[in-house]
Design a protein around this ligand. Sequence first.
Ligand code: SF4
Ligand code: MG
Length: 343
Amino acid sequence: DNPLLSIRGLKVQFPLREGLIRAVDGVDVDAHSSKTLCIVGESGSGKSMLARSILQIVSAPGRVTEGKILFTRPGQPSVDIAGLDPKGKPIRAIRGRDIAMIFQEPMNSLSPIHSVGNQLVEKILLHHKIGKKAAIERAIGALDKVGIPNPRQRMDNYPFELSGGMRQRVMIAMALACEPALLIADEPTTALDVTTQANILDLIAGLQKELGMGVVFITHDLGVVAEIADEVAVVYLGRVVERGSVDDIFYNPQHPYTLALLASIPKLGARRARGQRLHAIEGMVPHPLDRPVGCPFHTRCAEARAGLCDRVDPATLELEPAHFVACHMRDPSIVNSSAEVIT
Ligand code: SF4
Ligand code: MG
């Protein structure tokens, strides 16, 4: 069976006057129907850019320069989204109808000057050949489905009249009104309090079950990952440094960066560490214009080997079935050789 989404060798680059930013630098990941892929990393890791590239909404001068983004609806031929014109009709038809996206701050994606109902109805009419009356009923149904009380009355509200949690629910209603095959969620709960965050995650999980959609969930929060992920991709400076099942990542982590992320949670592997930020790793993510040569993580890695990690890019190895790691020190042929360790 084809994955719903299969990304291979994806590169997104920004040619700036100051230099070339490789925001996404050769990424492979898959997402499946009814499953949640979590993309996790610190801010500046390129995870949002990766998410945006799936819908070709990378802002200029950034663009997809290489790779494939194969999207396959069940029973239909694959479409390579990377090959579509970002402004063309085919990608506009996919956006919002087949693949929907929600962001951290719904205020930025909702229009402040139109009522919630009008925005929902517009969205539905854009993608469905139904009359206005039917669209209104469908919009009310969508608000009801995301747990907004008195949805008929709420149709007349403007976004600023709603709480942050309610606005995020409206965003989800907008995203799901067309029953997309894939939902991309970029830190949708980060700005919310812990209780609202929990409610929104439960809501997404419930709707996912009901609609069978695949979810790509972007987060810096390993507590969230532990709770919702089936598959995990750990990203660093535009690279996937490790990916595997949620159990691989929490119970058999291999990449030094994954280990550092896990160590930054107060209780290692604690499944209830929701809300914990990743801050305890030494040093910072290097600026993308100062990308280290060799392994991108070598400037912060406790296991870095001089003369190797600072020179040679590690290849990605499949250590066990469907568990991939990009690290020289997990490569059996290298581990046994003798060289100095950077201290
Ligand atoms: Fe650390 Fe070297 Fe592995 Fe990179 S390749 S993560 S620097 S040990
Ligand atoms: Mg981001």
